[in-house]
Design a protein around this ligand. Structure first.
Ligand SMILES: NC(=O)c1ccc[n+]([C@@H]2O[C@H](COP(=O)([O-])OP(=O)(O)OC[C@H]3O[C@@H](n4cnc5c(N)ncnc54)[C@H](O)[C@@H]3O)[C@@H](O)[C@H]2O)c1
Length: 469
């Protein structure tokens, strides 16, 4: 108890996940390159989430609002034993890019600049948007790599034409290089904020880079536009995060490419709204060994995302992402008496009057002592993009940190942000929000050579969870 792990010694693989095969595994400490120069955030998709993110950064820079919901900006991290009283802000503890260092570039199938797109998305008040109109109007999208076969409910004129998918990838690479030069940025990250694509199973063309590149040249239908963006980012050595549930970078060809060329990646599907609530509540029921026999979730939303999800193909992608959560948290195989018969249903209904202000209802049928049933009802009047925007910021900053720390491939420690976290082969994804949060904090501690927090102190025997992570 109380011994100090030597700086940079091998971490517990359970805590750090992907780090154990992605990171330098020696007794050397992590060399984190400083966050000098600008960071360009590349956004495929300039819709509700992207514009709420970009507008939010401009508003925060101007002192008009606070970065609420952002762990990198508002979160602290406890270091050492509690009596040491060391709890710096995360952004003071690890070298992150500052908000003033960020610039933005985007692609969309519509030509609207970020001001117009934000007005149309209707998430933020026009009175706020008007105060930052100049900065927003300056963010003009580039032509998208888009194909209606992958997003049935969307069509837009502002798209690239190319004979092959490889040609389109090369055009994206040119876009990335041009935008980076124009912004004078030292580094870049790409966060997919485009629409949810139709459900695709992994197929042989995704198996390795050789078959994937052949597929790009031969226009293989199993290669969706989001994969072309991810491939372009990785070719440029840029980190990539996938905010939507479609496969995108989550195929062996690209995860391996990311490991080999040094790009950190993560996904899938921002954890906001109903699934956030689910991964907050379910670990609590399990911690108390309360049983569950039903969880019915339904929501109404009326934004463009809702319209896209009205298509059964896109909905299936989302449904898969939302349904996996409870099985992994509750582990019915280990606790058959409590969770074996759980009936879990998720519905999304497109209802235009509600716009981005989704309403999500959950009916949860639980049971307690002697099997006596109880019900919990949750009615979450949420704002989807308000919950998603801080995740885009944190992912951009943490992926950039990963890149400067030499981490590569799947960044499992960022599972905290996703409904359907990518995990390395042989490791099941972790969905419990509190384990995810610990993993994130412990990874940051590890990168800075600090002890991980295990809750067994040298001053008192603590067995209760720490609230002050
Ligand atoms: N808002 C949330 O809380 C939340 C949570 C989890 C996941 N997501 C996912 O994030 C993504 C963005 O959500 P949103 O609410 O901003 O949706 P949105 O419909 O407002 O914006 C998506 C934008 O992407 C554009 N687009 C689609 N395909 C493109 C392509 N191939 N290239 C470039 N642009 C493309 C669309 O034209 C649109 O402007 C969706 O996939 C959504 O499912 C959102």
């Amino acid at each position: 108890m109380g011994e100090r792990r030597s700086k940079g010694a091998a971490p517990d693989p359970w805590i750090l996940g992907q780090l154990d095969f992605a990171a330098p595994m020696s007794n050397e400490s992590f060399e984190i390159r400083p966050a000098d120069g600008g960071l360009l955030v590349l956004l495929p998709g300039l819709g509700a989430v992207s514009t709420t993110f970009v507008a939010g950064i401009q508003a925060i820079r101007r002192g008009l609002a606070l970065p609420v919901g952002s762990v990198t900006q508002m979160g602290t991290i406890r270091l050492g034993k509690r009596p040491e009283g060391r709890t710096p802000l995360i952004r003071d503890f690890v070298p992150l890019a500052g908000l003033d260092d960020l610039s933005f570039a985007a692609w969309d199938v519509f030509e609207d600049d970020a001001y117009t797109a934000a007005m149309k998305a209707g998430v933020l008040e026009p009175t706020l948007l008007d105060q930052i109109r100049d900065e927003l109007s300056a963010v003009r999208p580039m032509r998208a790599v888009f194909d209606r076969n992958y997003v049935k409910k969307l069509d837009g004129p502002f798209v690239k034409a190319g004979a092959t998918k490889m040609d389109l990838a090369e055009m994206l690479i040119e876009d990335i290089e041009r935008s980076r030069d124009a912004a004078g940025a030292a580094r870049a990250v790409m966060i997919w904020c485009g629409s949810t694509e139709t459900f695709l199973e992994p197929s042989p063309v995704h198996d390795d880079l050789e078959s994937f590149e052949r597929g790009l040249r031969e226009n293989d239908p199993a290669i969706a536009p989001s994969m072309i963006y991810a491939y372009a980012a990785l070719r440029c050595g840029i980190p990539y995060a996938n905010g939507a549930p479609n496969l995108s970078v989550d195929i062996p060809a690209l995860t391996r490419m990311a490991s080999e060329n040094g790009s950190p990646i993560c996904g899938k599907d921002f954890k906001t709204g109903q699934t956030l609530m689910k991964t907050i509540l379910a670990p609590g029921f399990k911690a108390r060994m309360l049983g569950l026999n039903g969880w019915f979730s339904t929501n109404i939303l009326g934004n463009r995302d809702g319209e896209v999800l009205d298509d059964p193909g896109s909905f299936r992608t989302k449904e898969e992402s939302k349904l996996g959560v409870l099985d992994y948290i509750l582990q019915p195989g280990k606790y058959p008496d409590l969770y074996r018969d759980l009936y879990h249903k998720v519905r999304i209904n497109y209802y235009p009057p509600r716009k981005d202000n989704k309403e999500g209802w959950d009916n949860i049928d639980i049971f307690g002592w002697l099997g006596y049933p109880m019900q919990i009802k949750v009615d979450f009047l949420c704002r989807d993009s308000i919950l998603a925007a801080p995740l885009v910021l944190d992912l951009a900053l943490f992926l950039d940190l990963s890149s400067r720390a030499g981490l590569r491939g799947i960044q499992e420690w960022l599972s905290f942000y996703f409904k359907s976290p990518m995990s390395p082969p042989g490791v099941y994804p972790e969905h419990d929000l509190f384990i995810q949060r610990k993993k994130l904090a412990n990874t940051l501690r590890y990168l800075r050579g600090e002890d991980m927090i295990h809750h067994l102190g040298e001053y008192t025997l603590e067995t209760s969870p720490e609230a002050s992570d």
